[in-house]
Design a protein around this ligand. Structure first.
Ligand code: Q46
Ligand code: ZN
Length: 302
């Protein structure tokens, strides 16, 4: 197979685009896909400061790398979740990348700062590990962005992630979630803008990007991910994609273009009735916010 752009021997084929790429043209393809998303959804404006949520995995490191290479002012934020060896190792990859690039990595350690880790804290709070983890991440990434005067929080969600989340939301016809599922969530009082610049790249492309660019990342999955519903949705979509390449992209981008405008109001309604949490100041509709509730039940558990 030859490279679509320059006819040199291809190192990767992307069936969705019915194209092969050589190493330099593939790297350019990845950058172009990211820049295209940034422009199309007005994710990052010139001069803005970006905080990248870095897990040490392929997606977040590829994202950080592409943002730095395209001239975006991007620092990383690593959150220590206290998931035994997995956290130790993923932290090492995040730090090693930052050192290699001379980039700034902010670190927050959950056990140290809040007195709980995901395995014991989620059990104490009677929440599924991924639910306690997701809540902690959302809150702390946002808080760190506000504290550090960043304009934007960028996460490494890729096309496979977003298509799987969409699949789950459609299976349950969860209109509030569907209304919020968009590659950019605008900032508002107490919330930094959230963006997902990798939505035009698949998991396989971000992995290939890291391998070709010599970026070391944690390959192991989080040990708490078994039982995570999204894994099943991903497998189902992968089977469909194998039979008809491009299905995932048309499912997701068709939703963004044609359905998202119709359901956006479902999320708007939820915004009403927000007030600052007395514990942490984050906007919430409840008496105290979900994160403060989690810390109350899980914190000090170690
Ligand atoms: S880190 Fe956290 Fe994931 Fe592990 S506990 Fe679940 S949500 S699977 S992306
Ligand atoms: Zn709070």
């Amino acid at each position: 197979m030859k490279c679509r752009s320059c006819r040199a021997p291809a190192v990767i084929d992307v069936r969705r685009h019915n194209a092969g790429f050589c190493h330099p043209c593939f790297v350019r393809h990845c950058r172009e896909q990211v820049e295209r998303s940034i422009r199309a959804y007005d994710m990052i404006r010139p001069g803005e400061r970006v905080l990248v949520a870095v897990s040490g995995g392929k997606d977040s490191l590829a994202l950080w790398d592409i943002l730095l290479d395209t001239g975006v002012d991007a620092d990383g934020l690593y959150l220590g979740l206290g998931i035994a060896d997995y956290s130790d190792e993923s932290g090492r990859y995040a730090r090693a990348y930052a050192t290699k690039r001379g980039a700034r990595l902010v670190e927050i350690d959950l056990p140290e700062a809040f007195g709980y880790d995901i395995p014991t804290g989620s059990a104490a709070a009677r929440r599924a590990p991924c639910s306690a983890c997701g809540l902690s991440k959302r809150h702390l990434f946002n808080q760190a962005a506000l504290d550090g005067s960043y304009d934007v929080v960028a996460t490494g969600h890729n096309l496979d992630d977003e298509a799987a989340v969409l699949f789950g939301n459609v299976l349950r016809w969860d209109l509030a979630y569907l209304g919020r599922q968009y590659p950019v969530l605008p900032g508002s009082h107490g919330f930094a803008r959230k963006v997902k610049p990798l939505v035009r790249l698949s998991e396989r492309e971000t992995a290939a990007y890291c391998v070709l660019q010599g970026i070391d990342y944690i390959v192991d999955e989080c040990p708490m991910s078994s039982g995570n519903r999204h894994i099943g949705y991903k497998e189902a979509l992968n089977e469909i994609e194998a039979r008809s390449p491009g299905s995932k992209a048309s499912f997701y981008f068709g939703f963004l273009e044609r359905v998202s405008p119709l359901v956006a109001s479902a999320a708007e309604e939820e915004k009403e009735g927000l007030h600052p949490c007395p514990g942490c100041g984050s906007p919430t509709v409840s008496e105290i916010c979900a994160f403060c509730k989690l810390v109350e039940r899980a914190g000090g558990h170690l």
